[in-house]
Design a protein around this ligand. Structure first.
Ligand code: AMP
Ligand code: ZN
Length: 105
């Protein structure tokens, strides 16, 4: 999507602190971290919100990558929290589907 902030980050048009990328997902550090480790994991394909994510294969892959990034890339051995903010009432501010990984306390 042309003017979506997270699409631009995934395309490399806006700089980000990238922690992981593959052909389907992209992960980078949150610019305003709410935990010692705060990473956002997004699909490269634009989906606005979890409510619109009607592809079970994409959601399965996203969650598999969340697990991989938290456990094997960030090595949050003590554990971590995974959060989706869904639409305005859920506190979503950027309308490109993303999982928050929070940990490192
Ligand atoms: P949400 O409230 O779930 O939509 O979360 C959006 C998150 O994106 C917030 O935690 C912001 O701090 C984060 N954010 C906004 N702009 C950027 C950016 N340019 N780079 C990294 N994270 C960002
Ligand atoms: Zn987007």
């Amino acid at each position: 999507m042309a003017d979506c902030l997270f699409c631009k980050i995934a395309r490399g048009e806006i700089p980000a602190s990238v922690v992981y990328e593959d052909e389907t997902v992209f992960a980078f550090r949150d610019i305003h971290p709410k935990a010692p480790v705060h990473v956002l994991v997004i699909p490269r394909h634009h989906v606005a919100t979890l409510s619109d994510a009607d592809d079970p294969a994409l959601l399965g892959l996203l969650m598999d990558r969340v697990r991989h990034i938290a456990d094997s890339v960030l090595r949050l051995d003590a554990g971590y929290r995974v959060q989706f903010n869904v639409r305005e009432g859920g506190g979503q501010e950027v309308f490109h589907l993303h999982a928050h990984i929070l940990g490192g306390w």
